[in-house]
Design a protein. Sequence first.
Length: 151
Amino acid sequence: MPMNTSGQEFFIQAIRLEYAAERAYRRLVDLVIAQGQLDSMEFFDQMAEYSRTHREAIMRQAGIGDLSAIALGGDCAGVGEVPRVDPSAPPAELNAAMELALAAERNGVAFYEAIARTADDPQLRTDAENFAAEERAHVLALERFMGLKPY
């Protein structure tokens, strides 16, 4: 995003990112339930809740009371779609879905870091830095869950 990004544009994009992440995690919950992997369900449900509560906090901060005020496409914020639930799907589908969730979180980090580096407004830079820190924590949690990083 260019340096002249308004606070409202920033918040709308942040809401889109959080909405897309929440949807991805909700689909992962459905997928692991369908595959009988209930131990994974709690983790993905918690990640979905983090995205939902962060989205709602951003909406309050931006003065946006309702998601209908924002265009939330199926391929929201370049995140892509998480595979549909298929109870007979092989574990590879779950791995692919987790990779998409990880990509969504990394996309959020990159977006927020870019705004933090380029925004003219000091408050916008601070908000972006705070959001980036939160997203980095989500990336780390997902990487650890996927076994990509040790605890």
